[in-house]
Design a protein around this ligand. Structure first.
Ligand code: AMP
Length: 306
């Protein structure tokens, strides 16, 4: 079987016998927790058609030679490492914890959090290096130990599987290292963050051998995911304007390339189309209006390949 045979084949192409010979890839994704919804949204937005049902163990993608394996977030890395899955989606923090060199195919732009150190609000420490000689409770003992060892700071790591933030109050530890996104949970538990060990987001990892054997298929899937993520970061803006305002408006619209300019039936009027950063829209619209634009439309971009 050649790499071409095992590419992500669109169902409906080729004969049933040809389709049957296509090796189906397996993508392991979390079945519970906060990465589930954004992961499913990304896969559906990329155009993969599959039923979630009750998130039973495996879901068959109807239009691509891919099976989705729903497993615990913590188990994704092991499934990919062992080759049970070709690819997996999990948190970057878990990759750091596992201390594995599984290649990251793509960072996915959601599930952002930090592995942060925190102490009781009235404790004297102001930075992580001041934790030398103290006891640190964490559900991330591997990453925590490596971080402190790497900097030559002696600490006692106390591994816990949950309720880490109450460990100082119970007298179990002097400080904690835990995942935070807003930091609100730390505050409500009387803790004060004093620094981050690492920043994390969801990532897609690949089994090294399969990345080679299935290079075409993985590249196709990765391209589609990348196109969705790139589209989310941008908006398509359309507007009408007097032709003599083009220079002013174009200066406001650096976009991907130069904007498209289309003559309108009304003499002296043009339509301008451009791709802009999602984060820029708020500032941009009033400036476009002030520069003569009217009928401004802002549209989402489903996919973008640059
Ligand atoms: P969960 O299964 O909900 O416990 O979380 C799984 C993953 O979500 C973690 O391994 C992180 O990669 C990610 N995550 C994002 N924000 C947070 C947060 N505030 N606390 C814990 N995990 C987070």
């Amino acid at each position: 079987m050649t790499a071409a045979d095992i590419r992500l084949a669109t169902a409906g192409h080729g004969t049933a016998a040809q389709r049957a010979s296509v090796r189906r890839m397996t993508l392991a994704i979390p079945n519970k927790g906060r990465l589930v919804e954004p992961t499913l949204a990304l896969l559906h937005d990329a155009g993969l058609v599959f039923e979630e049902r009750d998130r039973s163990l495996v879901s068959r993608v109807e239009n691509v030679a891919l099976d989705i394996l729903f497993v615990r977030t913590n188990d994704v890395i092991e499934f990919v490492r062992d080759g049970v899955a070709d690819l997996g989606i999990t948190g970057g923090d878990l990759l750091a914890e596992a201390d594995t060199d599984l290649p990251i195919v793509r960072s996915l732009g959601y599930g952002h959090c930090r592995l942060a150190a925190a102490v009781p609000r009235d404790a004297p420490q102001r930075e992580i290096t001041q934790l030398a000689g103290l006891r640190i409770a964490t559900a991330h003992p591997g990453a925590t130990r490596r971080w402190f060892e790497g900097r030559g700071i002696p600490v006692t790591v106390i591994p816990l599987s949950g309720a880490v933030e109450v460990a100082p109050r119970l007298g179990l530890a002097d400080a904690i290292v835990d995942l935070v996104s807003s930091g609100v949970t730390l505050g409500t538990n009387g803790l004060r963050p004093i620094g981050d060990l690492l920043a994390s987001e969801a990532v897609m990892v690949g089994n090294p051998a399969r990345l080679v054997a299935e290079a075409d298929a993985i590249d196709r899937l990765d391209t589609m995911l990348g196109a969705v993520l790139a589209g989310r970061r941008r908006k398509y803006v359309m507007m009408n304007a007097p032709a003599d305002r083009l220079a002013d408006l174009a200066a406001l619209l650096p976009g991907l390339e130069s904007p498209s300019v289309i003559p309108l039936a009304h003499a002296g009027m043009i339509a301008i189309h451009a791709v802009v950063g999602s984060d820029d829209v708020w500032d941009l619209l009033p400036r476009l209006k002030a520069a003569g634009a009217s009928g401004v439309l802002v549209l989402p971009i489903e996919k973008l390949i640059t």
